[in-house]
Design a protein around this ligand. Structure first.
Ligand code: AMP
Length: 578
């Protein structure tokens, strides 16, 4: 059974599998090697994923979702055609599309996958990704880090070399850097750093802001004129689409025009833009963001105890590394040109497919590859500190230091802080700041009770953090004197779905697919009826029209039974009239 590898990206996704020991991209149903991560329910209630959904996005904004990866791990909902969805459900639709594209090519059901996430993704973002897979009907064997996957796809071609490489991964929505050591078939990550909110879409937004300002400056009013909220969303979507195109052109030429003849209407006159953006101006717009990636590179280097000179190869991954300015920054930093022979859009999915092959046993550990990864951030708990006789909460106490090799289990001993303290709350945080408020809270709902009443400091609590190979954290707390234990995978925090919610989402997704296929099923009947209306007498035409209206009404109400009945009636009539 094939275990596919999926790169579930902010802007684009890709799927690959292992064919005769080599990873290969699986093209999607439209023949694309990558698939825009865009979901839509179109006017006919059909589910559309990929290029078509991206192309029609500006005209169908309330029916489409883009960039949902940025919401993974939160409980923020998105609305599509008046229905609310969790981010996992939208991602599940994208995964389901990739899964069925793979099934069409492989000619067999696909039920297992390795999915990649940014190295800097938190525990809840990883769990949300795993759940999206489950909702889509995929057992997610492994969650692996995107730069690690890219290193694996490079590693499988370069097994004979012992060297340190650096993976610089700048995609649509996230940035990661990983330093990887390769030796004797082992791909060992030494350190990772990154930013979950930096990528090509931020560069697009910077161009949109530039257009807005330029328009305001020239016209003395906002580009959005006096349009309503929905029109503003549509204008913004059109601007973003144009901005991305100009950005891509600027990777190949020194200047490009952003021309949109009709964005909307202001005082009966069309709102339009026609501006020239030079590569130099674009570089100024993204300079600070681009420079911040080099700070992360420095941190990863420092954490790995290596210097620029120790890095033998630099791999550029992610579509945004096609920007010449980014390539120059990296080249200047390392004093050598990055590798050009890996495909920045495909390397991650290919590496995930290799990991799938390791899991399925197709690549065996003797002749094959071994992958060792790290936890890129520090994990710890909140503690109170005694400051001048006062107990002050809010301090972060690290348990697993960042860039520890995973899997890892670390234990620390704590003492009761108050006299007769009977319970303790374990608040779990991720981050590098000494104060918890500046870090990310992963859980506030682990409480250990049953501590014997004693003076402060006389009872000991043992806290164990276990971080598994998928980057998922388990916390165990134990009262040492009694042996009472509270153990849980961090699951119930905000933004992570319960088992029941996952089951309900699985049901909903199947139902939606069934409904989506309704239109496909009756499309031919509608086509035949519309054609026949031109060839029959006025009274028959009226009969057809009546049933056609009925069928379309049932379709737009998404009423499966109603559609079936109306279709039967219409088909009977058409047969009668032939
Ligand atoms: P990924 O998520 O790795 O597919 O990266 C997608 C991002 O790369 C999007 O923000 C694209 O706009 C950006 N991108 C793709 N091709 C280019 C290009 N030629 N120049 C600049 N950015 C690009």
């Amino acid at each position: 059974m094939t275990i596919i590898g999926i790169d579930l990206g902010t802007t684009n996704s890709a799927v690959a599998y292992l064919k005769n020991g080599k990873p290969e991209i699986l093209v999607n149903k439209s023949g694309g090697r990558t698939t825009p991560s865009v979901f839509q329910i179109n006017r006919n209630n059909e589910i559309v994923v990929g290029q078509e959904a991206k192309d029609t996005y500006p005209t169908l904004v309330t029916q489409s979702v883009m960039e949902v990866k940025r919401l993974m791990g939160t409980d923020e909902k998105v609305t599509v055609k008046d229905k609310e969805y969790r981010p996992e459900e939208i991602s599940a639709h994208i995964l389901k599309y990739l899964k069925s594209s793979a099934e069409e090519i492989l000619g067999e059901p696909v039920t297992e996958a390795v999915i990649t996430v940014p190295a800097y993704f938190s525990d809840s973002q990883r769990k949300a990704t795993k759940m999206a897979g489950e909702i889509a009907g995929l057992k997610v064997d492994r969650i692996i880090n995107e730069p690690t996957a890219a290193a694996i796809s490079f590693g499988i071609e370069n097994m004979d070399k012992d060297q340190h490489i650096l993976v610089y991964d700048l995609g649509g929505g996230t940035f990661d850097v990983s330093i990887v050591e390769m030796y004797e078939g082992v791909v060992e990550v030494k350190a990772s750093a990154g930013n979950n909110h930096l990528g090509g879409m931020d560069f697009d937004n910077a161009i949109v802001a530039w257009v807005e300002q330029k328009y305001q400056g020239e016209n003395g009013r906002s580009i959005y004129g006096n349009t309503n909220d929905l029109e503003q969303i549509k204008i913004k979507a059109t601007l973003k689409d144009a901005a991305e195109k100009v950005k891509k052109l600027l990777s190949a030429q020194m200047s490009a025009r952003i021309t949109i003849p009709f964005l909307g209407i202001y005082n009966n006159a069309p709102i339009s833009v026609d501006y020239e953006l030079t590569r130099n101006e674009f570089e100024n717009l993204i300079r600070d963001m681009a420079s911040s990636t080099i700070k992360d590179v420095d941190r990863a280097l420092a954490d790995s105890g290596l210097t620029v000179r120790d890095i033998k190869e630099v791999l550029l991954v992610g579509g945004s590394t096609r920007i010449p300015f980014i390539q120059e920054l990296v080249e200047r930093k390392f004093g050598k040109a990055p590798r050009k022979d890996i495909n920045p859009d495909e390397a991650v999915a290919l590496g995930a497919a290799v990991q799938g092959g390791i899991k399925s046993g197709e690549i065996d550990s003797k002749s094959g590859l071994m992958v060792i990864d790290v936890c890129p951030y520090t994990l710890g708990t909140e503690v109170v500190k005694n400051i001048g006789g006062q107990l002050v909460p809010g301090y972060f106490d690290p348990i697993i230091p960042r860039n520890s090799t995973i899997p890892i289990s670390e234990t620390k001993l704590y003492f009761t802080a108050y006299n007769n303290q009977e319970e303790v709350d374990i608040f779990v945080y991720q981050g590098e700041n000494p104060l918890v408020n500046n870090n990310t809270c992963l859980s506030k709902d682990i409480t250990l009770d049953g501590i014997p009443r004693k003076p402060a400091g006389e009872e000991q609590i043992e806290v164990t953090f276990t971080y598994d190979i998928n980057g998922i954290l388990n916390v165990k707390a134990k009262v040492l004197s009694t042996g009472k234990v509270r153990e849980q995978a961090i699951r119930s925090q905000l933004g992570v779905m319960s088992d029941d919610q996952v089951a309900a989402a699985q049901e909903r997704i199947s139902e939606e697919y069934e409904k989506s296929e309704l239109y496909q099923e009756v499309k031919n009947v509608i086509y035949r009826a519309e054609k026949m209306m031109n060839d029959v007498n006025p009274s028959d035409k009226q009969k057809i029209e009546k049933l056609l209206i009925e069928l379309k009404r049932e379709l737009s109400a998404n009423n499966t039974n109603g559609v079936k009945l109306a279709e039967e009636e219409l088909t009977d009539l058409l047969i009668e009239l032939v």
